[in-house]
Design a protein around this ligand. Sequence first.
Ligand SMILES: C[S@@+](CC[C@H](N)C(=O)[O-])C[C@H]1O[C@@H](n2cnc3c(N)ncnc32)[C@H](O)[C@@H]1O
Length: 290
Amino acid sequence: MGRNPSGAYQDAAGLLAEIAGQLPENGFDDRRRDARLLLAMALGRDDAVLPHEDIVISDQERETLAVLIKRRQQGEPISRMRGWREFYSLDFKINAATLDPRPDSEVLVDAALHWLQDCDIPHPKLLDLGTGSGCLLLSCLAHHQTAVGLGVDIQPDAVAMAQDNADQLGLSDRAEFKTSRWDDAISGQFDLIISNPPYIPKAEILTLMDEVKTHDPMIALDGGDDGLDAWRQLAPVLARRLHPSGAVFVEIGAGQDDDIAALFQAEGLALVAKYPDLSGLNRCLQFSLT
Ligand SMILES: C[S@@+](CC[C@H](N)C(=O)[O-])C[C@H]1O[C@@H](n2cnc3c(N)ncnc32)[C@H](O)[C@@H]1O
């Protein structure tokens, strides 16, 4: 589609198709969706541009668009360019220290929220070990209004981002964040403990898409030689921090079910349930004290 003298398009469809045609096919998101978001960014908007929309694009915005397309061609995820990602229908800011929240992790939030609904604890206390952007803890707090929570991370810049997200979402009065190596800097017990620790085997990280290994912090991914380093560290932490009537929900890597269940069983934590993701893989495990 051509441009008329005022710089206006009849509708955005032609330009979107042009942008999509310049994008790589192997990203997280599909090319048409990426095109809608890149055009929106160039126009200074948060919401995606839809094909039927009338748009006006200035020469300066065209230059911005060209730079954005180049960054995307080089593998930078859209969420990293925007500095935020939607998770559980909430917006989370991300920075270089935080994992880019993944849709698969919503399985854990769903399972944890069901447990919270049924638990009969007036003000349940939550602990999120390895909180990153705070997306798991804050999604739980946003949907269970009487809960309070503590999120910890070994990276101070992740903790600052999680606190910022809590402020933005109006949850600071119920959420606290601390820099801590697992439970080193905390005390007490918790009704619900959630965690999505680093669990990818070292050798497998090399095979991941560039988008992941270049833009997500290694400390958020690297689970050591067999992917189980963090699980070995967490098993005793979970056992001492869990209230006797509480529950643990953890996100796991593909095929780790049995190894994790054995490590946790040795610390007195029994497997209660497995929750699959949309592809049918067990993505989240629930434990309680035996
Ligand atoms: C896979 S990311 C998960 C982040 C976030 N919870 C999410 O689901 O998007 C793992 C997080 O654990 C943190 N982490 C790694 N080792 C840690 C440790 N020993 N103590 C505390 N946090 C740790 C990383 O910094 C990272 O933020």
